[in-house]
Design a binder for this molecule. Structure first.
Ligand SMILES: O=C(O)C(=O)C[C@]1(C(=O)O)C=C[C@@H](O)C=C1
Length: 378
């Protein structure tokens, strides 16, 4: 067979592609009319049954398995783009389904009660003080889930929960709590995990003989502590309990490894700053509220959704972000407790619920996913 001429082939392709673009634009214009119909009648943009029929029909038209697969993929994309276009028309006419959130100028931080998990002086407490101020009306409970219950019962206005550590990763069980309860993320705080050596006022490093802390914190400061080989290292329940013990016993030979906040709360002196082996270790905390509100300046949305257990369903859902030009920052999956080997996804995207692209993407997911919940915009 004679070798085909590349230039000739490309000219043929150029002609075909011109036709495809013309037909694509013609198709999109008709989709615009469909959107008008849907705006008038209130019918949902997404029609799963129609899409299934369409894919079966175009598969039937194509010859050979390879083309059948390719045509199905092509029309899946075409209909995704069609939906995206329709959502943008609905959004421009303010006809998109409401997302259920109210915009506020700023989250109220004064005269509020805040609950956190742990004890006074723990890093969660430091997070509360960073967000709500040093004199925040804060109280603590034993378990993470208790914080959420306190919110639900109206005992607290906000709850503060750790969600991610820069070295240890996600506190994944807290994501489960977020999907189970009707609370919303309204803010986030990055707290440096910066351990310091605390002693009674007037003491110095040379007085120290025994150091108390949580086992993890002792390990995280092993380089500094081991450079004082004669010190006795004693593990206690948590870092704040160590600080409390040193304060109560008032003994210059005792020191605690804890946060600066713990030192301030228990009136201890900072004998040595920043003693962690690793610098830059940070924990991210979320601020939760019962109210589905978001600040005008909010720039990150967290959403959770379940997708049908079929090939390509996650790809289609994520297409809502891609085709709206929305940047995704994080994706995590968690098993769904009553559906073995099915997963719920948690995604962070950049943007604000009042921005059309974000609204379009979320309205699309709301229609197409088996379930979806916006966990907050902050
Ligand atoms: O037929 C419709 O209702 C349309 O909106 C058109 C269309 C398509 O592009 O073919 C797009 C979205 C629907 O989910 C189904 C089909």
């Amino acid at each position: 067979m004679k070798t085909p001429d590349l230039k000739e082939c490309r000219e043929k392709l150029d002609g075909i592609d011109r036709e495809i673009v013309r037909l694509f634009e013609e198709r999109m214009a008709v989709c615009g009319q469909v959107a008008e119909y849907k705006i008038e009648t209130g019918k949902a943009v997404y029609d799963g049954e129609r899409e299934k029929q369409k894919l079966a029909a175009v598969r039937e038209m194509a010859a050979g398995d390879q083309n059948k697969e390719a045509v199905e993929e092509l029309f899946t994309q075409l209909m995704t783009m069609s939906r995206r276009y329709q959502y943008s028309l609905l959004c421009a006419r303010k006809k998109t389904p409401p997302l259920g959130f109210t915009e506020v100028e700023e989250i109220r931080k004064r005269d509020v009660r805040v609950v956190f998990q742990g004890v006074e002086g723990a890093y969660s407490h430091a997070a509360v003080r960073m967000y709500f101020g040093e004199d925040a009306d804060a109280y603590h409970v034993e378990k993470f889930e208790d914080t959420i219950r306190e919110l639900e019962r109206g005992q607290a206005d906000y709850a503060v929960l750790p969600i991610e550590n820069s070295t240890a990763g996600f506190v994944i069980t807290n994501y489960d709590l977020l999907s189970r309860y009707d609370n919303y993320i309204v803010g986030e705080i990055y707290v440096p995990v910066d351990h310091v050596l605390l002693g009674v006022p007037g003491a110095s490093v040379s007085d120290v003989k025994t150091v108390y802390s949580h086992n993890q914190a002792l390990m995280q400061c092993s380089e500094y502590l081991d450079s004082h080989g004669d010190w006795n290292q004693v593990s206690v329940l948590n870092t704040a309990a160590a600080a409390k013990k040193v304060m109560e016993e008032g003994d210059k030979t005792q020191a605690a490894v804890a946060s600066r906040t713990a030192g301030e709360l228990y009136g201890l002196a900072e004998l040595k700053t920043s003693i962690s082996n690793e610098r830059g270790n940070t924990t991210r905390f979320l601020v939760l509220s019962r109210e589905p509100v978001y600040e005008k300046k909010a720039s990150k949305v967290t959403v959770t959704f379940e997708v049908p257990h079929v090939s390509g369903s996650l790809y289609k859902i994520l297409g809502n972000f891609i085709f709206n030009g929305v940047n995704m920052r994080m994706i995590e999956s968690r098993p769904i407790p009553d559906k073995p080997f099915e997963y719920r996804f948690f995604v962070d995207i950049e943007g604000n619920l009042s921005h059309a692209p974000v609204h379009n993407a979320l309205a699309g997911i709301q229609a197409e996913a088996s379930s979806m919940k916006i966990l907050g915009n902050y």
